[in-house]
Design a protein. Structure first.
Length: 450
């Protein structure tokens, strides 16, 4: 999670390392100078105040000591002369001597200042700084009895001027120190930033040119030197792995070419085998048709009674033989159709035929198998004559396959074929009491060779 400080000073992330180092050095230097300047200024101001209080304390104590007699003899003129000696200290703006009752006994005011309001006298020695002046009190004693108080007011103008000069000197020192720190940090930062800049240039060059043979210039023995050494070792590892990868790709391409050649040769062999297979199927199909046609022909002659009369059972059995031979002939024709399918030349016939007659013919072919297993083979036709348009031979082939499978996988019970009129066509259903088909095998229906 990004901290608010990073979000606020996000521009720092875009600065170069050299600028960041200079900025850190300057910030630290200026902050240290600023804090040191504040501490020195406050200390110097306090020192000036203490020095001012110390100097004026001697002067006010002298005035108080010399004015004891004036208070005792009630000589205001003498007290006034003593206060007039304060003109030697220009910072003193006013002074007065209070009598024992707190009234003003003698008064002094600098010529350039107007009358000032004196605070109430205090019974003990004290001083306090007000916004624009220093107020000092010095009690007067005679035989351990307070006989009066000297009050002196001093201007803080000289103190402010001295303090302003101190601040100006400190600011000048801070400026010179900051300029010196900037010049020094601008040169010294190269010790840290130069190896990092070189490392960044090398990394950009490697990324853009994909040249892993480049190396960063080794630096010093500090952390930057460790970083550069680790970077060079990492690039060396990548270079070695890249070389291995190039070799692997080259070997893989060679293997692909070899496998492609092998596949092309296998494809040519398969195509040649397929052509031989098609030729074999076409040849054998014609060879098989000849005896089948003979069987169908001689069976027809027998059924016509040319060679002698036949009873009903004989006619029935010969009819089945003729029908089965005709179906076998159609299957052989289907073998020829495989070649047509592969050549994309197979066509479906569209002709009118009697579907009911085709159903009865297929049922008569399958009935001997059903009778042999003791199964009941029943037929349900909605109409005696059902005219359809389609390929009669393939329709009969589908019905024969369905009925044959039903008989094959039914051990007891019955096999039933139903033909009903549906919406816009005819529905044919073959059902049996056999083992059925498992639910997980239903998706495999109507797939090739399933």
């Amino acid at each position: 999670m990004t901290s608010p400080l990073v979000l606020r000073f996000g521009f720092l992330r875009r600065m170069s390392v050299a600028r960041k180092l200079v900025l850190i050095a300057m910030t630290s230097t200026i902050l240290a100078l600023f804090l040191a300047g504040i501490a020195f200024t406050l200390h110097d101001r306090q020192r000036l105040k203490e020095s001012m209080v110390r100097d004026l304390s001697v002067l006010i104590a002298l005035i108080a000591e010399r004015s004891d007699a004036a208070i005792l003899f009630d000589d205001a003129g003498l007290a006034q002369e003593n206060l007039a000696a304060l003109r030697v200290a220009p910072i003193i703006t006013s002074a007065c001597i209070f009598g024992p009752d707190g009234s003003v006994f003698a008064l002094y005011g600098a010529p350039e200042t107007g009358p000032e309001v004196f605070p109430a006298p205090l019974a003990e020695r004290a001083h306090r700084f007000e916004p624009d002046r220093l107020v000092m009190f010095e009690p007067m004693f005679s035989e351990e009895k307070r006989i009066g108080t000297v009050c002196m007011l001093a201007s803080l103008g000289d103190l402010e001027q001295a303090w302003n000069r101190t601040v100006l000197v400190i600011l000048l020192i801070m400026f010179v120190a900051a300029v010196s720190a900037f010049a020094l940090s601008s040169r010294m930062q190269q010790i840290v930033s130069a190896p990092i800049r070189d490392l960044a240039r090398t990394a950009r060059s490697i990324a853009s040119n994909k040249d892993y043979s480049l190396r960063a210039t080794p630096g010093s023995d500090d952390e930057t030197g460790v970083l550069v050494d680790a970077f060079n070792r990492m690039i060396g590892t990548i270079e070695a792995q890249n070389a291995e990868l190039v070799d692997s790709n080259r070997m893989l391409e060679q293997r692909v070419r070899e496998r492609t050649t092998e596949l092309e040769e296998a494809k040519e062999r398969a195509e040649a085998a397929d052509r031989l297979k098609s030729f074999f199927l076409a040849t054998m199909s014609h060879e098989l048709r000849t005896p089948l046609n003979s069987i169908i022909g001689f069976t027809g002659i027998l059924l016509q009674g040319i060679v002698g009369p036949l009873n009903d059972e004989q006619r029935k059995q010969l009819g089945i033989v003729k029908t089965s031979a005709a179906h076998l002939l159609s299957l052989i024709s289907d073998i020829l159709d495989i070649s047509k399918i592969e050549a994309g030349q197979l066509s479906i016939a569209r002709e009118s035929f009697n579907l009911a007659e085709s159903i009865r013919k297929v049922v008569s072919s399958v009935r001997p198998l059903a009778d042999k297993k003791g199964l009941t083979l029943s037929v349900s036709l909605a109409e005696a004559e059902v005219e359809c348009i389609g390929d009669v031979r393939r329709t009969e082939q589908i019905l024969l396959n369905l009925l044959s499978n039903a008989v094959k996988f039914t051990e007891r019970g019955e096999v039933r074929i139903e033909c009903t009129r549906g919406a816009g066509g005819v529905d044919i259903a073959v059902s049996d009491t056999g083992i059925g088909i498992a639910a997980e095998e239903l998706p495999e229906l109507f797939k090739p060779f399933h």
